[in-house]
Design a protein around this ligand. Structure first.
Ligand SMILES: C[S@@+](CC[C@H](N)C(=O)[O-])C[C@H]1O[C@@H](n2cnc3c(N)ncnc32)[C@H](O)[C@@H]1O
Length: 199
């Protein structure tokens, strides 16, 4: 049976974990983790997200949607949540399990091309789940450029398993702040907030 036809249930952790593991086996560098983020990590991230009622919340690298669900539980209206996922099977899973959410199968490094114009420039918060730490500096710069084109001056939250900043923030012209850390994730994770440095 093709992956896209496998039955899935929105909140069944085992179905999420199986899909996640299959993708990790196919492309470990793109996934960055063997298992989805824990409920604790997702709640901690969602608590740090602030956007106005007319703004969109943009989640990059949504995977099986565990964080997307925490954002909805935290009160982000589905029609204000935009999730971008590069893997077609995962994007299809997100569409099936997140009714009302804007699910975009696309590349977070080309946001200006894949986000509808009506959303660009109206984003209040960006959260990144893509393992940026594994990328060379030039790709990290390209990511910042992509986010900056659709959400100028905003910056983003990044969750990571690194003990220190996963991004060389000074070299990238960013300010950095570790907002939270939790051992209740595999592996333990930090949440970093990066913003374009002033001046
Ligand atoms: C560490 S997983 C995070 C998944 C989920 N947000 C979670 O917390 O469990 C990284 C996700 O980013 C996706 N991804 C990797 N590169 C991407 C890209 N360039 N554009 C969009 N999604 C990407 C992967 O397919 C994977 O689903």
């Amino acid at each position: 049976m093709p992956d896209t036809l496998l039955p899935t249930t929105p909140r069944r952790p085992s179905a999420n974990a199986a899909l996640f593991l299959r993708r990790w086996l196919a492309n470990p560098l793109q996934m960055g983790s063997v298992v989805p983020s824990s409920p604790t990590l997702c709640r901690r991230i969602a608590a740090l997200v602030q956007a106005g009622p007319e703004e969109y919340v943009l989640e990059l690298g949504a995977g099986t949607g565990v964080l997307s669900r925490a954002l909805l539980d935290r009160g982000v209206p589905p029609e204000r949540l935009v999730v971008v996922e590069i893997v077609p099977d995962m994007a299809a899973h997100l569409r099936r399990t997140l009714p009302g959410v804007h699910v975009i199968q696309g590349d977070a490094f080309a946001l200006a091309e894949c986000l509808p114009p009506a959303i660009q420039g109206r984003i209040g918060a960006v959260i990144c789940g893509i393992p940026l730490v594994l990328l060379p500096l030039e790709r990290q710069r390209a990511f910042l450029g992509s986010v900056g084109r659709v959400a100028p001056g905003l910056g983003f939250l990044l969750y990571s398993y690194c003990i220190t900043s996963p991004l060389p923030w000074r070299r990238l012209g960013l300010s950095a702040r570790r907002e939270a850390w939790t051992p209740r994730n595999f592996p333990p994770a930090s949440i970093w907030r990066y913003r374009p440095a002033e001046g």
